[in-house]
Design a protein around this ligand. Structure first.
Ligand code: SAM
Length: 201
């Protein structure tokens, strides 16, 4: 990942959401983006120019735009009309973002336009986050990687964040993913965790 001093940045055309620029690069703020927070709080997956990414829960394209600065193509799935309008505007100015208005829990909706991806990234903040992720693993290459941004309070408010975190890791492992990193995203995002996995080869 590109850092200027200890500041995470991405190199892309112009600002997208009023982010700071540093030496002509876009500052990638860990308080605005959970993926940036993962690169500060943990290790994450190194993004590279030849990578294809499926991004679930694109919202208005804030994090998508940074990912697109690093990789070949981002398939960006979002089901809410309002953020989709912003995402379309971000995608209009870049040629490697494919916006898909679809429900990530129903991958058959976008399967016809998909190709196999190197990285599956999910940030949907839904109760069934693990199951949505699992359903989308059909698009992963054999050596593909997965990053799940887990909003523990969305899964079950009656359980402690630690319990939800542990149960989600167990579910992904039971499905057959190898968990290679799991970390809380504090102090950047309260009660959010990142789980990084790879497919068993
Ligand atoms: N990843 C974004 C970022 O860093 O800029 C923020 C994502 S926000 C926490 C979660 C988004 O997921 C919302 O925009 C919501 O509409 C979307 N979402 C939730 N469930 C979804 C689903 N089943 N399919 C597609 N999008 C979904």
């Amino acid at each position: 990942m590109i850092r200027i001093g200890d500041v995470l940045v991405s190199r892309g055309e112009g600002g997208v959401y009023g982010e700071r620029m540093l030496a002509s690069a876009r500052v990638w703020d860990p308080f605005r983006s959970k993926l940036a927070a993962l690169y500060y709080a943990g290790t994450g997956i190194e993004l590279a120019p030849e990578m294809k990414v499926l991004y679930l829960g694109a919202a208005n394209g804030t994090t998508v735009s940074h990912v697109a600065d690093y990789v070949e193509v981002v398939y960006a799935v979002e089901f809410a009309p309002r953020p989709m309008q912003d995402l379309l505007e971000v995608a209009r100015r870049r040629d490697n973002i494919v916006p898909l208005m679809a429900d990530a829990s129903r991958p058959e909706q976008y399967a016809p336009v998909m190709e196999a991806v190197d990285l599956l990234y999910q940030d949907v903040a839904q109760p069934d986050q693990a199951e949505i992720l699992i359903r989308n693993c059909v698009f992963l290459k054999p050596d593909g990687k997965v990053i799940l941004m887990l909003k523990t309070r969305s899964v079950d408010i009656r359980k402690s964040p630690d319990e939800v975190f542990r149960e989600t890791i167990e579910r992904l492992a039971a499905f057959g993913l190898e968990v290679i990193e799991s970390t809380w995203l504090s102090p950047y995002h309260k009660d959010h965790a990142a789980i990084v996995c790879k497919k068993h080869s």
